[in-house]
Design a protein around this ligand. Structure first.
Ligand code: C5P
Length: 303
């Protein structure tokens, strides 16, 4: 096999609580992560050296790209000199808090595992993924999961497949994840009091109660991102006026809301679009998904 095609899905944070800071510079987290159907497509081909090209001009194609780093890691872990040509069709917004870069890295790990017939199983790929970024292990498995530690320790919970998601993001606005966490650390100086109700949210997830889940969404990073990014706060308010809770995903600046149906999601999207009335504000309507990375078969590719 010398070419492979993959779907790499993004994620949202239904819950993100910062428990404390760690000696390694990271933060101890408790999160509930959810895969969404908004996805990039990647093609991996055998080639000379590692190369990355991407349909989105803002995405770096050098070794700072997580997909590039995933390929480099596979070369060094398995002592291989084989090259790989990575082509990314980018649909997930960039620097948006949706794990776009991390899921590309996850897809490269899965793709190279196939291309080189390494026979690695998911937990082995997840250990490698953790070396690239905290969200990569979740991107590999996907679905609905509790994530702790840096975000790399995962406990799957029953999948929630039925909910729809409206995502809103301003074009050209990105939040640096290190900036968000460092600002949080400076601002709260170890007094990490959180007002999230993870227990009730888990209960609502277990009983598949979409309306309650929507009301219990929580993200500590909003405390530092919203004061700096006024339009994000206004977008949140516009979602509230449309009758749903708007919550930032990860370190933002994407804001999402949950809906029971596609019809409701499109209605919320239109009401929010009209209320904000900014040509730079873009929306996506998508739904929850239960798989992070998908290898496309020849059959799938024809669709
Ligand atoms: O793990 P990843 O490289 O994706 O994280 C990006 C940045 O986010 C880290 O360099 C760190 O500044 C911050 N971070 C953190 N605590 C975490 C995860 C990420 O402080 N648990």
């Amino acid at each position: 096999m010398d070419s492979i095609e993959l779907i790499a899905r993004g994620k949202i944070n239904l819950y993100l609580e910062i428990i404390g800071h760690r000696a390694d510079g990271y933060h101890e987290l408790v999160m509930i992560l959810q895969t969404i159907d908004l996805a990039d497509r990647l093609i991996l081909e055998t080639g000379d050296g590692i190369s990355v090209s991407c349909s989105h001009a803002e995405v770096p194609t050098d070794e700072t790209n997580l997909a590039y780093r995933a390929a480099r890691l596979m070369q060094s872990e398995f002592n291989r000199s084989d090259g790989v040509k990575i082509t990314i069709d980018k649909q997930i917004p960039v620097a948006a808090g949706l794990a776009g870069g991390s899921c590309n890295a996850a897809a490269v790990l899965v793709g190279i595992n196939q291309l080189w017939s390494l026979g690695l199983i998911l937990p082995e790929l997840q250990v490698l993924g953790g070396k690239i970024g905290s969200d990569v292990p979740f991107c590999l498995s996907g679905g609905t999961a509790i994530a702790t530690g840096r975000g790399e320790k995962l406990d799957p919970i029953p999948d929630l497949e039925s909910l729809w998601v409206v995502l809103g993001k301003y074009d050209g606005m990105g939040v640096s994840t290190p900036w968000a966490y460092q600002t949080y650390r400076q601002q709260f100086r170890g007094k990490y009091d959180s007002s999230g109700d993870m227990g009730s949210l888990l209960q609502a997830i277990t009983s598949q109660n979409g309306a309650t889940i929507g009301k219990l969404l929580y993200n500590d990073l909003e405390k530092v991102v919203l004061p700096e990014y006024g339009p994000v706060e206004r977008l949140r308010e516009a979602f509230a006026n449309a009758g749903v809770v708007g919550m930032m995903s990860g370190s933002g600046p994407t804001v999402f809301a949950l809906c029971e149906s596609e019809v409701q999601a499109k209605l919320v999207q239109e009401r929010t679009r009209e209320a904000v009335n900014d040509p730079d504000l873009h929306f996506w309507v998508t739904k929850f998904a239960s798989t992070g990375i998908e290898l496309l078969t020849t059959e799938d590719k024809r669709r």
